[in-house]
Design a binder for this molecule. Structure first.
Ligand SMILES: C[S@@+](CC[C@H](N)C(=O)[O-])C[C@H]1O[C@@H](n2cnc3c(N)ncnc32)[C@H](O)[C@@H]1O
Length: 202
């Protein structure tokens, strides 16, 4: 069941879906996508978790990967489905239930909407969904807060220290790399925390 904060966040994406697609469909995340692809075998299967406009699913498909795209906003899921030419699953992070299906999970600026109290369960679901040696990419706004932004969206911010602490709780996940980058966002700049973690084979 979805909590009040998550419902309010999804209300924003559902009511603003076309505007949000227009705002994000051309964002340049090529540096991170290329880093991620270095970990994906040719023709590998990627879960785009919280796919938004479908921008990155479309890129990965054009690159020869297969894609399972998921988004909890039904309006965004419909628009993304048209954009990528295949169905998008209308599911939340808290509901995904895949078993060793993916070479990589791409969660670009999406898990930042997951309440900290639900992150543990979501990390377990993501780990289960990965094949052995699979890679997770996730990004968060840099900070220490749980907060609501000016658009009514809930955010869960992380630093290197708080993310390392979270990942240390999951023995199957090893941090590959955590780094920050500051990029233009709307009228200002945003510092992002980029996280790569691998499901290691015992
Ligand atoms: C900031 S947008 C990022 C979208 C896309 N990954 C990108 O980089 O442009 C956050 C996305 O997460 C989705 N989302 C929010 N809460 C979610 C949840 N509980 N489960 C799945 N997706 C969710 C939103 O609908 C939205 O598409």
């Amino acid at each position: 069941m979805m909590d009040e904060k998550s419902n309010r966040t999804l209300d924003f994406y559902n009511t603003q879906a076309p505007q949000y697609v227009a705002e994000t469909v051309d964002l340049d995340v090529s540096n991170i996508r290329n880093l991620f692809l270095n970990h994906i075998p040719e023709g590998g299967h990627i879960l785009d978790l919280g796919c938004g406009s479908g921008r990155d699913s479309r890129f990965f498909l054009a690159h020869g990967c297969s894609i399972t795209a998921v988004d909890a906003s039904d309006e965004l899921a419909n628009l993304a489905s048209e954009f990528i030419g295949q169905p998008v699953e209308n599911l939340s992070f808290q509901e995904i239930d895949y078993l060793e299906a993916f070479d990589g999970i791409w969660a670009c600026a999406s898990l930042l909407h997951c309440p900290k109290s639900a992150m543990g369960g979501v990390m377990q679901r993501m780990t289960k969904a990965l094949k052995p040696n699979g890679i997770i990419y996730m990004s968060f706004k840099y900070g220490t807060d749980e907060r609501i932004d000016e658009r009514g969206r809930f955010f869960n911010d992380y630093t290197e220290a708080s993310m390392s602490k979270l990942l240390a709780e999951y023995a199957e996940l090893q941090i590959v790399e955590i780094f920050t980058e500051t990029k233009p966002l709307r009228s200002g700049f945003q510092t992002w925390l980029n996280v790569f973690a691998r499901k290691h084979v015992k």
